[in-house]
Ligand binder design. Structure first.
Ligand code: CA
Ligand code: CA
Length: 166
């Protein structure tokens, strides 16, 4: 990919992309895991991209796939993706190092009824109680980010893994 797109990227950054995309943590990226990365979270846009026809040209050289402008956007996307993940990682490290916060205590704070998992409602209620009112969209994106197996609840493991440094 690096050679193909002539993208400058470090080993750590590749690791970060891989770690984020490998949802089931089996060490390989499946087709659907890769697709997930490029499909917008907003349903309206997801439908647009998913209903678009595929590229089934006869081109055998992968460096010639996609138009120049699409390739530039792809590079921009990957760069942005990495930068975003890196800054999130820094926030996670700061949370743990500076505030001495115990993430398992946090889990219990959000999971008020001791269900052993966290729902979107739990998270909303918790944030409200701490005077934080994120937009519904932000709240959902954050929740989806942590909900790796997409069953609409955050297990203890998902919560801890999502908020702990790598
Ligand atoms: Ca995988
Ligand atoms: Ca889950």
């Amino acid at each position: 990919m690096v050679h193909n797109l002539q993208l400058t990227i470090t080993k750590d950054e590749v690791f970060i992309i891989f770690y984020k995309l490998d949802k089931d943590g089996d060490g390989v990226l499946s087709y659907s895991e890769v697709c997930d990365c490029f499909v917008p979270r907003e349903n309206e846009y997801a439908v647009l991209i998913n209903s678009r026809g595929g590229f089934y040209g006869a081109e055998s050289d992968p460096t010639k796939f996609f138009e120049g402008s699409t390739r530039e956007l792809l590079k921009k996307f990957l760069r942005g993706f990495v930068e975003c993940e890196v800054s999130i990682e820094l926030v996670r490290q700061r949370i743990v190092n500076k505030t001495n916060l115990k993430i398992d205590t946090c889990f219990n704070q959000v999971d008020k009824q001791d269900k052993g998992y966290i729902t979107l409602d739990d998270l909303r209620t918790f944030l409200k109680a701490t005077n934080m009112y994120p937009s519904e969209k932000c709240l959902r994106l954050f929740f989806q980010r942590l909900d790796k197996n997409e069953d609409n609840v955050l297990s203890y493991d998902e919560f801890i893994t999502g908020l702990s440094p790598m």
